[in-house]
Design a binder for this molecule. Structure first.
Ligand code: FES
Length: 278
């Protein structure tokens, strides 16, 4: 194992679990980012407000907080889907509004986790948007294995991740986790929701020790919204050689301003969800 291995297998597991259990990492997330969003968005609209999301941790760079996690499950026929919360009606600011939220793994999982960077205006984060929730391969993915296996729009299947404990592409270490770049709830939508799915032994191990990881992952699969919380670029997991210069070769790296995220450390992040437009 090289010194540059940021996520050695044993300590990697501890990091993952600690980040979750130690909810202490309730980062004031981005005090700056939050305050800015708050100022800009509390004046009008409903369906937003402060929310505590589970995120893959920000590990470096200017991003104010991590990327929100998308709970996943494997369907009976082996396809991977994201869980969209149950839809309920609540009262906010004197108005009745529909929200997508449910208890999951001892936490409140909410559609508000995805209301930033303009995503809040997309129809596919509206609570009642009809979608099958299956992850579908993007066109032109950065991973050879994915372009050799799927056409854009194909559902991704557990059998295609059999080599997840050894997969590598020459960036960082092999066997960290096998990715697929996907879109979610986007088949009937005007704008894609971009997500990244990873299958990893580290996630499997963490799920044995923590209720949230157990509830939000399945057979080693986890997912997150792939929209940088800094200025909304699309980060890349094991995409660019230069990510090694920022200690991110086994993580997620945003080339725009060198923010780094760690998919194997989950932590709470407090931020202000932008209201959905009426
Ligand atoms: S680091 Fe600036 S947009 Fe990602």
């Amino acid at each position: 194992m090289s010194k540059s291995d940021k996520y050695p297998s044993e300590s990697g597991r501890r990091r993952f679990v600690k980040g979750v259990v130690g909810g202490a990492t309730l980062a004031g997330v981005g005090a700056m980012g939050s305050a800015t969003v708050n100022t800009l968005t509390t004046a009008g609209g409903v369906g937003g407000g402060s929310t505590v999301a589970m995120t893959i941790a920000k590990a470096g760079g200017p991003a104010p907080r991590g990327l929100p996690q998308i709970p996943v499950r494997v369907t009976d026929d082996g396809f991977i889907e994201g869980v969209w919360p149950d839809v309920t009606t609540v009262e906010q600011e004197g108005q009745e509004v529909e929200v997508a939220q449910q208890d999951l793994g001892g936490r409140l999982y909410s559609g508000e986790w995805f209301q930033y960077c303009g995503v809040e205006s997309q129809e596919n984060v509206q609570p009642n948007f009809e979608s099958d929730n299956l992850f579908r391969a993007v066109d032109g993915p950065p991973y050879d294995w994915q372009s050799e296996t799927y056409e854009g729009g194909d559902r991704i299947h557990v059998d295609d991740f059999d080599d997840y404990d050894s997969w590598g592409n020459g960036i960082g270490n092999d066997g960290v986790g096998k990715p697929a770049l996907v879109r979610w709830r986007s088949e009937e939508a005007g704008t894609d929701l971009n997500a990244l799915v990873i299958r990893s032994e580290r996630i499997e191990a963490a799920a044995e020790e923590d209720d949230w990881v157990d509830a939000s992952t399945d057979q080693g699969f986890m997912a997150y919204l792939n929209v940088c919380t800094h200025f909304c670029c699309i980060p890349g997991y094991k995409e660019l050689e230069e990510s090694s210069r920022y200690d991110a070769a086994d993580g997620s790296y945003c080339v725009c301003h060198q923010s780094v995220y760690d998919p194997f450390t989950l932590e709470e992040a407090l931020f202000i969800a932008r209201p959905r437009p009426d």
